[in-house]
Design a protein around this ligand. Structure first.
Ligand SMILES: [Zn+2]
Length: 142
């Protein structure tokens, strides 16, 4: 048995039980379901408020790759990318979001790296500030 919240053309809401969703379809199609308040046979399922949280607490997933056999060349290349960025950028630590925004506003060529929370990164991207994740320092893995 399925219970549906129904609504007639006059916005009366009521509940009714059906054997199945197709039973509901048949009964409504054959005008066997009537509004208990006005006897209307123009019945539809009432829209239920979806139980969805609108909070922004869900962080966007981060694209991640895991492969035990990940080619050593790829790791070396990522390490080179990291080394290059680190050598050619100023480390700003946790002031990254603030500094990145400043550089963006000044249209400066300055290059920085540092730490930012996923929320800060998300805000920067939304504001059109071009930021990229820095490859992990893989020398520490060995
Ligand atoms: Zn009604």
């Amino acid at each position: 048995m399925i219970k549906y919240n129904l609504r007639c053309e006059n916005d009366h809401e009521f509940e009714s039980w059906f054997r199945s969703s197709s039973d509901y379809d048949d009964q409504v199609a054959n005008n066997h379901v009537t509004c208990p308040y006005c006897n209307s046979v123009s019945i539809d399922k009432a829209l239920m408020a979806p139980n969805v949280s609108t909070s922004k607490s869900k962080e966007k997933p981060v694209e991640t790759v895991h492969n035990q056999k990940l080619d050593q060349d790829v790791r070396k290349t990522l390490q080179k990318v990291r080394d290059y960025i680190v050598q050619n950028s100023e480390y700003v630590g946790d002031r990254f979001a603030e500094e990145a925004r400043q550089i963006h506003n000044d249209e400066s060529e300055k290059s920085i790296y540092g730490e930012a929370t996923p929320q800060e990164v998300s805000d920067l991207v939304e504001d059109g500030v071009d930021v990229l994740p820095l490859p992990r320092d893989m020398k520490k893995d060995n």
